[in-house]
Design a protein around this ligand. Structure first.
Ligand code: SF4
Length: 289
């Protein structure tokens, strides 16, 4: 179900330095996400989203964004994709993200988009235009097994489609790579899965892979995730409860070994494991008066 809401602000300042994703500002043009990943942190109570499957379009987002961009004295990299996917299926009709990118281009800002969808190719030309300074697209890939991904990320395009989109973007000169997180304990934490992600990423011209070998879990998100584990992987919830209790940080049990394997494979293929932050922003000018 898709309905509209009004937002009060669109851009939020990101605490600096953002070494993970190189963002200066973040924005969310929707509430809720059609991709419905079973592990999604946006279900946590702190975000106050009661029904995460209900998609709310922030109807005044583009007007607000124009106003906010026109008043910013400091240019910067604007990220999207933290609380919902900017290219979930509804984007093909509503084009909130596409219109926001037009404004980012018009006002001379940069962008770093995080997505699980090849729909991002709808905006290839715009991204090329923004990329006269800097445009980056990161694809979240937690497994290259399309059938496993269909269970874990049921509303998102298959990883194979994401990888193809990444290759297309790379060929067009866009900075693009993989966000390899979360890696779900007892499901995705195998050497084969990690090696598969690195090798497929290399094959599809990833320019970086940002890893996190584990997941986070809290309150409502944990409850939702455990219910899905009961349906999809009977018996696994009990393993999680025994190992992690109610901890927030849940690294995979064999994190050290997988980290070594990951680093070795990336080094052999010369794939950086950090995001290449854009450093071209002009320093802020102090007022003379
Ligand atoms: S794509 Fe991202 S925001 Fe959407 S459900 Fe999956 S993890 Fe959550």
């Amino acid at each position: 179900m898709v309905s509209e809401i009004q937002a009060r602000v669109i851009l939020s300042r990101v605490r600096q330095p953002d070494d993970w994703f190189g963002l200066d500002y973040g924005m969310n043009l929707y509430r809720g996400c059609q991709h419905q990943c079973i592990y999604c942190d946006s279900r946590s109570e702190c975000y106050g989203i009661e029904d995460f499957a209900r998609i709310l379009v922030k109807a005044n987002a583009i007007d607000l964004l124009r106003d906010e961009l026109s008043r910013k004295r400091k240019k910067g990299t604007i990220g999207t994709g933290a609380m919902n996917d900017p290219y979930m299926p509804v984007e093909a009709e509503v084009r909130q993200t596409g219109r926001a990118l037009e404004l980012i281009d018009e006002f001379g800002f940069q962008t770093h988009i995080m997505t699980k969808s090849d729909l991002v190719l709808l905006d290839l030309e715009l991204l090329e235009s923004i990329n006269r300074s800097f445009a980056a697209v990161s694809f979240t890939i937690t497994t290259t097994d399309d059938s496993l991904a269909a269970k874990l990320e049921p509303g998102a395009p298959a990883p194979s489609a994401r990888l193809k989109a990444m290759q297309t973007l790379s060929k067009h000169g866009i900075t693009t790579g993989v966000v390899m997180m979360p890696i779900l304990p007892f499901i995705e934490d195998t050497p084969d899965n990690i090696a598969g992600i690195v090798m497929q990423s290399a094959r599809h011209q990833a320019q970086y892979i940002i890893p996190a070998l584990g997941m986070t879990m809290r309150d409502r998100q944990r409850a939702w995730y455990f219910d899905r584990l009961d349906e999809l992987f009977p018996g696994l919830r009990q393993k999680y409860e025994a190992r992690y209790g109610d901890r927030y940080q849940c690294p995979v049990p064999n994190a050290r070994r997988l980290e070594k394997l990951f680093s070795k494979l990336c080094a052999e293929r010369r794939i950086p494991t950090r995001f290449p932050r854009y450093r071209g922003h002009a320093p802020e000018q102090g007022s003379l008066f």
